[in-house]
Design a protein. Structure first.
Length: 137
């Protein structure tokens, strides 16, 4: 996929609280990374948004929605972000959650899967492939 927006950051990245340096650690434990490669500080944390922190990629999301043709949403309560409103911008949209959420109008989505992401992933993959082949899902 291209132009994927990781709204809440990436677990693979660490951020130094002292100098702001970002670096990818892959899937290793943060315990295996003793210090920042830039300033040698030990004040490291995963580069993800925690509750109450600003989410810097929200503006990018809103800017991209105007030209979005296919939106895939996996795992959300819908309580924090209005994902159903986001889906209304897209020509096609896919929702995957474990269960129905009262905060999400699932009728807006083209396809909805209420199951584990690991179970839904092959189905979502087929829909994405179909979209790239035909322009429809």
């Amino acid at each position: 996929c291209e132009n994927v927006i990781h709204l809440h950051g990436k677990l693979r990245e660490l951020r130094c609280e002292m100098c702001g340096h970002l670096f990818d650690i892959g899937y290793r434990s943060i315990k295996d990374i003793p210090e920042c490669p830039s300033c040698k500080s030990h004040a490291l944390r995963h580069h993800i948004v925690m509750f109450g922190e600003p989410a810097p990629f929200y503006q990018k999301l809103y800017n991209e929605l105007a030209s979005t043709e296919l939106l895939v949403v996996i795992g959300t309560s819908g309580e924090v972000l209005p994902v159903d409103q986001f889906a209304s911008y897209a020509k096609y949209s896919i929702l995957n959650n474990l269960e129905h959420s009262m905060a999400i109008n699932h009728m807006i989505f083209t396809h909805t899967f209420y199951e584990k992401a690991t179970t839904a992933a092959p189905k979502i993959k087929k829909l994405i492939e179909k979209y790239f082949e035909t322009g429809k899902v």
